[in-house]
Design a protein around this ligand. Structure first.
Ligand SMILES: [Zn+2]
Length: 199
């Protein structure tokens, strides 16, 4: 087999859930596809989270697989709301353009931090930005951007941008008002789960 396929298949193997034994979660950081009697799942382990999310239906063939359930554990601990509020304040201060930022988590210190992304080209309806360079052991947990005076929602461009990542995405809209709107979702390699966060 082509070396590239060997590498790709080992980076995301496919397994089935045992029928008679308990399911053993990933023991190291990585990801895999899990075929279960009740659906097709993607299991992801990161230093900051453990995720099992359904990405497809059960096989239509009769298969001797066990059952698993969707789960999400933010092992890094609760994301400080003060950092989200700080990003919202930035977005309101620069409400004429879209801005971007990230909330990171340092696996060595256990600390969250907010960093602003460098805007290369920003208007009220688009944003091209550079993510800050991250040190080893620092992970993007929340990818934040604003929608200027437009509503907060996830656009087709946002879907493309978020397609490959495992992270939260957070959008602030109506930044020119005192009642900004918010949209949040968990992104797991193109599987999007809307979240309701109180800011
Ligand atoms: Zn957007």
């Amino acid at each position: 087999m082509d070396k590239r396929d060997v590498a790709l298949q080992s980076s995301c193997p496919v397994i089935s859930t045992p029928l008679f034994s308990p399911f053993t979660p990933l023991e190291r950081n990585g990801e895999r596809i899990v075929l279960a009697a009740n659906g097709t799942f993607l299991e992801v382990r990161r230093p900051w989270a453990r995720i099992v999310t359904q990405v497809g239906p059960a096989l239509t063939a009769k298969v001797p697989f066990g059952v698993i359930h969707e789960s999400f554990e933010l092992t890094a601990g609760r994301i400080p709301r003060a950092l989200l509020r700080e990003f919202v304040a930035w977005a309101q201060r620069d409400s004429e353009v879209e801005i971007g930022g990230i909330i990171t988590w340092n696996e060595h210190t256990g600390e969250y931090a907010l960093m602003r992304s460098k805007s290369n080209h920003a208007t009220s309806g688009s944003l091209e930005y550079e993510l800050p360079t991250l040190e080893e052991g620092v992970h993007i947990i929340v990818d934040c951007h604003s929608h200027s005076h437009h509503a907060a929602y996830f656009s087709g461009v946002d879907d493309q941008d978020d397609m490959h990542a495992v992270k939260y995405a957070f959008v602030v809209g109506h930044c020119n008002t005192n009642n900004p709107s918010f949209a949040t979702r968990l992104c797991v390699r193109g599987a999007f789960k809307n979240q309701t966060w109180s800011i």
